[in-house]
Design a protein around this ligand. Structure first.
Ligand SMILES: Cc1cc2nc3c(=O)[nH]c(=O)nc-3n(C[C@H](O)[C@H](O)[C@H](O)COP(=O)(O)O)c2cc1C
Length: 207
């Protein structure tokens, strides 16, 4: 019986996108009926979500982001992170304290994230429409890192702090506390925005 002969013509190329992290390409070389399978970019990333959170707002966002990550992942408080070498990408989260990221997070960003691919997420009592300065200050702190994205959203100002601020008669802080509208933030709408942010970042870093 004569062997089956494939008609002449270009070799078919099938590319299957399995997930963000896998691109499997099958090259079927036909001339001599050799089947060659090449796996391109079968690259499993390891991602860390790390954060600092005093009253739970930033933690809520961290968990939402973590839930959207579709590869090997870890979530840790920033004080538990000693070495970041084994991670391909890091989401770093911080509350805003005195117009900038928390001091511990700042130290982490400056000393550990130089040249590292990261995304930063912050929560602050200031409404988002007035958070431009806060975002700029955050970018400045992360300037030595390879910052792929920044997410910012409102987070409830703790009751104790707010009460204390209101006692500071004649100060800007008192005025600020009186005008505060951050109660119950981040709400589900903001958490959903954080999930969308995480998915966008995942797309960016795996393409
Ligand atoms: C000491 C302190 C300072 C703060 N300073 C600011 C500030 O400068 N600007 C702001 O928008 N929010 C400020 N906030 C509010 C927090 O950033 C906000 O409530 C945040 O969501 C808290 O996050 P956490 O629950 O993860 O700790 C401050 C809160 C505290 C406790």
């Amino acid at each position: 019986m004569s062997p089956a002969v494939r008609p002449p013509g270009p070799a078919p190329i099938i590319i299957i996108f399995c997930s963000y992290n896998y691109i499997i390409s099958y090259y079927v070389l036909t001339k001599h009926a050799i089947l060659k399978i090449v796996l391109i970019n079968l690259y499993l990333m390891k991602i860390l979500v790390t954060y600092l959170s005093k009253t739970g707002n930033t933690k809520k966002i961290a968990e939402a982001i973590y839930g959207e990550i579709d590869c090997e992942k870890e979530i840790k408080q920033i004080k538990e992170v000693y070495n970041i070498d084994s991670y391909d990408f890091i989401f770093v989260g911080s509350p805003i304290h005195a117009h900038g990221v928390n001091g511990q997070v700042k130290k982490f960003l400056i000393s550990k994230c130089k040249g590292k691919k990261i995304a930063v997420f912050i929560t602050h009592a200031t409404p988002e429409e007035y958070s431009e300065e806060i975002k700029e200050a955050t970018k400045e702190v992360a300037k030595e890192a390879d910052l792929v994205g920044l997410f910012a959203c409102q987070g409830e100002l703790a009751f104790g702090i707010k009460t204390f601020m209101k006692l500071l008669i004649g100060t800007k802080l008192r005025k600020y506390a009186k005008g505060d509208n951050s109660q119950r933030q981040p709400d589900e709408e903001r958490v959903e925005k954080a999930r969308i942010f995480a998915r966008e970042i995942m797309k960016k870093i795996s393409s």
